[in-house]
Design a protein around this ligand. Sequence first.
Ligand SMILES: NC(=O)c1ccc[n+]([C@@H]2O[C@H](COP(=O)([O-])OP(=O)(O)OC[C@H]3O[C@@H](n4cnc5c(N)ncnc54)[C@H](O)[C@@H]3O)[C@@H](O)[C@H]2O)c1
Length: 251
Amino acid sequence: MATGRTHRPATRSRGIPEATVARLPLYLRALTALSERSVPTVSSEELAAAAGVNSAKLRKDFSYLGSYGTRGVGYDVEYLVYQISRELGLTQDWPVVIVGIGNLGAALANYGGFASRGFRVAALIDADPAMTGRQVAGIAVQHSDDLEKIISDNGVSIGVITTPPGVAQQVCDRLVAAGVTSILNFAPTVLSVPDGVDVRKVDLSIELQILAFHEQRKAGEEHEGTAAPAAPHQEADEQGPDGDVPAVMPA
Ligand SMILES: NC(=O)c1ccc[n+]([C@@H]2O[C@H](COP(=O)([O-])OP(=O)(O)OC[C@H]3O[C@@H](n4cnc5c(N)ncnc54)[C@H](O)[C@@H]3O)[C@@H](O)[C@H]2O)c1
C-alpha cells in the first residue's frame, strides 16, 4: 500500500503536465461562459484574464492540446470547449457515488453543477439504517452493506467520501476493492490507496488557515510599517491552477 500522493507521474502519458491538467477546468469554465453568450472566438489575453491565468501559461497549456489559435483571430470557442472536454474525459458520462449522506454529502448530492459537467450522481450510500430509502436530491439513499453491489451495478469508477474521518479509510478500502479507481476525499484524514488509484482531497479548513496566515502577515506589515519577509518560493508545478495553492489537492 502506498500512502498519500496521487499515484500519477507529474507528466501524464500523453505528455500533458499535471499543472496544465489542473488549469483545464478553469479554461473550460471561462469558455463555457463565452459559449453561452455565443461568442465565436477569444484571444489568449481575454481568455487568460477570464480564467485568472497568465496568458503565456495559457498559450503553453493549449500547445499541449495541439491548439495554437489563429493570429489576429484567436481561439475558436466551441472547438476549444470540445477539445478540453475531451481531454478531461467529460465527453462521456461519469457515474459517481457519494458515501456518507450527512450535511456535506447531501449538499453535494443537491449540487446541480455535476450533471452539467458530465458527472452523474449514480448512488448515495450511508451506514445509518434510518437513512436507507430516504430521498436526497431525488435519489433514494442505499445502505452501505450493499456498497460493492451498487458500485458494480452502476459501473462506478469515481467515489466521493463524506463520512466521518474515523471510517474514511475503511470506506476507501471497500470502494477500491469494489473497483473504484478515483476518490475525492472530504474527510480530514490521509487515505492509503494502492497504485493506480487517484485520490484528491478537499479541505476548506486548510484553505482558511492559509488565508489566516496571509491576514496575519498583512496585519503585521501594517503594524510594523515594513514589508514582511517574502513567502517561500513555490515551484510552478506545485502551484494551483491559478497560481495559488489549490483548493483541491492531491491527498
Ligand atoms: N473538506 C472540507 O472542506 C469539509 C467541510 C465540511 C466537512 N468535512 C468533513 O466531511 C465529513 C462529513 O461531514 P458532515 O458534516 O456531513 O458529517 P455528518 O455527520 O453530517 O455526516 C456523516 C454521514 O456519514 C455517515 N456514515 C458514518 N459512517 C459511515 C460508513 N462507514 N459508511 C457510510 N456512511 C457512513 C453517517 O451516517 C452520516 O450520515 C466529515 O469527515 C467532515 O470532517 C469536510
